[in-house]
Unconditional design. Structure first.
Length: 127
């Protein structure tokens, strides 16, 4: 099963937790060979569409103080069988920053690019 969209039950748990606590998001992503059409990235590869999504997060002001603290590509799974093209750690000063980002209409307009770029993903919140 591929996971692209937010699990609303998990998001509800984050919303009910201490919103002033820092949070680090572990992003595991596998790119589509070709980005989905209809998101303004026609002709892009998955990774190109994802890079465009990342640029728009910064230029549209919807990063909400999230800082990439580490990023790695072309991982080799040593335990398990999943394959990931990239892992990214993004730290937010508080859960509120992360939630405000998700609720921002400007971010919501950009988020479709993420879906267009990815074949599979995991987004895991760590306190």
């Amino acid at each position: 099963m591929d996971h692209i969209d937010i699990d609303e039950a998990a998001l509800s748990r984050i919303r009910s937790a201490d919103r002033d606590q820092p949070v680090t998001m572990l992003n595991l992503v596998r790119f589509r060979e070709h980005a989905l059409e209809g998101f303004g990235v026609d002709g892009f590869s998955g990774i190109e569409a994802f890079e465009h999504y990342a640029i728009l997060n910064a230029t549209e002001g919807v990063d909400y103080a999230g800082a990439v603290t580490w990023m790695g590509r072309d991982g080799v799974t040593v335990v398990g069988s999943e394959r990931w093209d990239m892992a990214i750690l993004i730290s937010y000063p508080t859960r509120r920053h992360f939630l405000d980002k998700l609720d921002d209409p400007k971010y919501q307009a950009i988020a479709g690019l993420r879906n267009a770029a990815l074949a599979d993903s995991r987004l895991i919140a760590f306190a």
